[in-house]
Design a protein around this ligand. Sequence first.
Ligand SMILES: NC(=O)c1ccc[n+]([C@@H]2O[C@H](COP(=O)([O-])OP(=O)(O)OC[C@H]3O[C@@H](n4cnc5c(N)ncnc54)[C@H](OP(=O)(O)O)[C@@H]3O)[C@@H](O)[C@H]2O)c1
Length: 222
Amino acid sequence: MSAIIVTGAGTGLGKALAVEYSSNFETVILIGRTKEALEQTKRELEEMNKQAFVYPLDITDYEAVQRAAEELAQQFTIQGLINNAGYGAFGPLESITESDIHKMLDTNVKGTIFMTKAFITVFKEQNQSFILNIVSTAGLRGKVNESVYVASKFAVRGFSESLVKELEGSNVEIKAAYMGGMDTPFWDDSDHIKDKSRLRSPMDVAKKIRELDDGRFEIIIE
Ligand SMILES: NC(=O)c1ccc[n+]([C@@H]2O[C@H](COP(=O)([O-])OP(=O)(O)OC[C@H]3O[C@@H](n4cnc5c(N)ncnc54)[C@H](OP(=O)(O)O)[C@@H]3O)[C@@H](O)[C@H]2O)c1
């Protein structure tokens, strides 16, 4: 059964991407830490006559990610992975806590690397497969009060660009998407964005990503 994995699929952009990409695959594998949120996305997909499979997972846990890859590859023909899960904490550098520094680097950088490393072998066995990394315009240029988040997203950009070169000519396509602010739960615990209702909706951005997902390795939505 052909499947795509979306991380952070219980909320925001991940949920919208799960909906948007569901038409290309028989099943969408929904990953995140909060089972109830993933179940809600699954229900919404089923209402659209799409199949979904909930797999609760903390992408910062290397061993758990390895196990997930083994288990999921036995059940599904996984042809796509969207590394979307992410975390941000904002403010002047001295106000960013040690815990938030670890959380941003662990989730955005190591989580993306762990997932990609765990599934790359599976993908190399497919005729055609892809990995789409959700970065941000924070992966394109520095921003005030976003230093650590920007550092984490520059890392994901470097990782993606290097894999494009490493896997050139192979059957695994690597792409990265860079978008501006979206109205999602991402901003719930932050006052960095004053009025998030002015931001783009995640569904609009997900649609735009899919529209521009036509073979280019950089998808930029300013
Ligand atoms: N919102 C924006 O303005 C904006 C702009 C540009 C780029 N982005 C990027 O877009 C992506 C999606 O963000 P969003 O805006 O949709 O925010 P969001 O609603 O907060 O989504 C983030 C998702 O990541 C999951 N997640 C976090 N840590 C995880 C972990 N350790 N293991 C597994 N899942 C984890 C969360 O689920 P659980 O907590 O249940 O695990 C959540 O569903 C992120 O990479 C973000 O950096 C956001």
